[in-house]
Design a protein around this ligand. Structure first.
Ligand code: AMP
Ligand code: GLY
Length: 430
C-alpha cells in the first residue's frame, strides 16, 4: 500500500520512517518532508504544503494513497480529515470538531468539567475586567492561557498579580496571539511532575502508546522561554503501572466516552499532557489531537510492532485486538536547534557530520528543519535535528544520543545538555 504523511518536522520523519518499515507498505509520500525524508529508502517528498487542503486531497487521489497520516495540528484544526472523508479517502486524525480539544482551550476545559475528568479549576473570559477580578481572588501562581493555537507559546505562569494582569492585557487587549487570544482561560497552578500520554483511538477503543516526557523550555535546568520541545524520553518513570491504570480509567476512557456522548467521533492520536501529583493523581493540563514533537521520535523508536497495521485497525473495528510491542529499553531524543530559536534565527548553514552517524538499530538522527541546498544539507527551521538512541538504561541512552550530537556541526547549532535529567536523577535516588 501507499501511505502519505502530512508535515515536514521531526515527528513526521519518524512517522514516515516507521511507516516505511511495514511489510505492507510499498512507498511513503511526505508532504512536504525535509532533507531526512528525502534520503530514506521507499520515501518520496512531494512539494505540497500542510495548509493547502485542496492540493493534499488531489495528491492522495492522484497517487492512489491508501492511508494518510496527519502530523501537525493546524491542518487538523482546518478540517483536513473532514475533506479526506468527504472525498472517500482514509485519513488518520480527528475531524475539525474533534480537534477542538486542542484548538480551543476553553472548549477543552468545558469538556473536562462536564465529564468529570480531573483538571485544574478554571474560568474563561473575553472581558478584561471580569478576568482581572477573577485573578485577584485566586491564589498565586495562576496560569493564563490563550484559547487558540499558539505553538506552545500562549501559556503564562504568573507568579505575581502584576504578571497575571500583564498577560491578560497582552492577550485580551494587545492582540498577542491574534484571535487565538481573544478568549483566555485562567486556571489554578498545579504541582507535580508532567508526563505525556498518547493513545491511538478509533472512536471507542483506546490503545496507549508508551509514555514519555518532553522538555519544553529552551535552557538547561528547565529555564528560559518555552519552545515546541528541546528533547524527550520514553518511558516516563513517573507513569508507574498504577498511575498508568489511573490515566487510562480516569482520563483516556472518560474522554473518549465523553466525546461519544457529545456526538463527536474521535479517530486519531489523542495526547493528554498531564500533571501527576504526589499521590499519583493525574490531571489534564492540555489535550493535543496529534502526536507530540519531539516525543514521537523516542516513542516510535521503541515501537517494535507494525504502525500501519495499528492505524489501519482504527478503520475496520479491529483496534481492540491490536498487538502493540515495545522495546523494553528506554529511548532519549536530544533536539539540535538553530541559535535564536524560539525567536528568529539564520537559515541555510551547511550541516556536517551527518554521515558519521550511520543509522543502526539503536540510534538514529531524525531531521526536522532541514533542506537540501546545492547538494548540502542546510538548516531551514528552528528545531533542526533530533538525535535518538536506545540504551540499557536512561543514562546509557542519553550518553549515546549526546555522542551523536557531538559529531554534528553547523554554525549556530545549540542544544540542551540535560535532556532526561529527571529520569536519570530518579534512577540514581531510587
Ligand atoms: P499547555 O500548553 O496548556 O500544556 O501548557 C504548557 C506548559 O505550561 C505545560 O506543559 C506546563 O508545564 C505548564 N502548565 C500549563 N498549565 C499549568 C497548570 N495549570 N499548572 C502548572 N503548570 C501548567
Ligand atoms: N512537545 C509538545 C507537543 O508536541 O505539543
Amino acid at each position: 500500500m501507499k501511505v502519505l504523511v502530512i508535515g515536514g518536522g521531526g515527528r513526521e520523519h519518524a512517522l514516515a520512517w516507521k511507516a516505511a518499515q511495514s511489510p505492507q507498505v510499498g512507498e511513503v509520500l511526505v508532504a512536504p518532508g525535509n532533507a531526512g525524508t528525502a534520503a530514506e529508502p521507499r520515501m518520496r517528498n512531494v512539494r505540497v504544503g500542510t495548509a493547502d487542503l485542496d492540493a493534499l486531497v488531489d495528491l492522495a487521489r492522484r497517487e492512489s494513497v491508501d492511508l494518510t497520516i496527519v502530523g501537525p495540528e493546524q491542518p487538523l484544526a482546518a478540517g483536513v480529515v473532514d475533506r479526506f472523508d468527504a472525498a472517500g479517502l482514509r485519513c488518520f486524525g480527528p475531524t475539525a470538531a474533534a480537534a477542538r480539544l486542542e484548538s480551543s482551550k476553553a472548549f477543552a476545559k468545558g469538556f473536562l468539567a462536564r465529564h468529570g475528568i480531573p483538571t485544574a479549576d478554571y474560568r474563561s473570559f473575553t472581558s478584561i475586567d471580569e478576568a482581572r477580578a477573577y485573578v485577584r481572588a485566586r491564589a498565586l501562581p495562576v496560569v493564563v492561557k490563550a484559547d487558540g493555537l499558539a505553538a506552545g507559546k500562549g501559556v503564562v505562569i504568573a507568579r505575581t498579580l502584576a504578571e497575571a494582569e500583564e498577560a491578560l492585557e497582552q492577550m485580551l487587549e494587545g492582540g498577542a496571539f491574534g484571535s487565538a487570544g481573544a478568549t483566555v482561560v485562567v486556571e489554578d497552578f498545579l504541582r507535580g511532575e508532567e508526563a505525556s500520554f498518547i493513545a491511538v483511538v478509533d472512536g471507542t477503543a483506546v490503545v496507549p502508546l508508551a509514555s514519555s516526557q518532553d522538555h519544553k523550555t529552551r535552557d538547561d535546568g528547565d529555564t528560559g522561554p518555552n519552545t515546541g520541545g528541546m528533547g524527550a524520553y520514553s518511558p516516563a518513570p513517573v507513569v508507574t503501572d498504577e498511575v498508568h491504570r489511573r490515566i487510562m480509567e480516569e482520563v483516556m476512557m472518560r474522554t473518549v466516552e465523553g466525546l461519544a456522548a457529545d456526538g463527536i467521533r474521535y479517530r486519531g492520536f489523542l495526547y493528554a499532557g498531564l500533571m501527576i501529583d504526589a499521590d499519583g493523581t493525574p490531571r489534564v493540563l492540555e489535550f493535543n489531537c496529534r502526536l507530540g514533537d519531539p516525543e514521537t521520535q523516542p516513542i516510535l523508536f521503541r515501537l517494535r510492532s507494525d504502525l500501519i497495521e495499528l492505524l489501519s485497525a482504527c478503520f475496520d473495528g479491529s483496534l481492540p485486538d491490536a498487538a502493540v510491542e515495545w522495546d523494553a529499553r528506554p529511548a532519549v531524543g536530544v533536539v539540535m536547534a538553530s541559535a535564536g530559536y524560539p525567536g528568529s534565527y539564520e537559515k541555510g548553514r551547511v550541516i556536517t557530520g551527518l554521515d558519521a552517524c550511520a543509522d543502526d538499530d539503536t540510534a538514529k538522527i531524525f531531521h526536522a528543519g532541514t533542506r537540501i541546498d546545492d547538494g548540502n544539507v542546510v538548516n531551514d527551521g528552528g528545531r533542526v535535528l533530533c538525535a535518538v538512541a536506545l540504551g540499557r538504561d536512561v543514562r546509557a541512552a542519553r550518553d549515546r544520543a549526546y555522542e551523536l550530537v557531538g559529531r554534528i556541526h553547523w554554525e549556530g547549532a545549540f542544544w540542551r545538555r540535560d535532556i532526561g535529567h529527571r529520569a536519570v536523577d530518579r534512577r540514581r535516588s531510587g
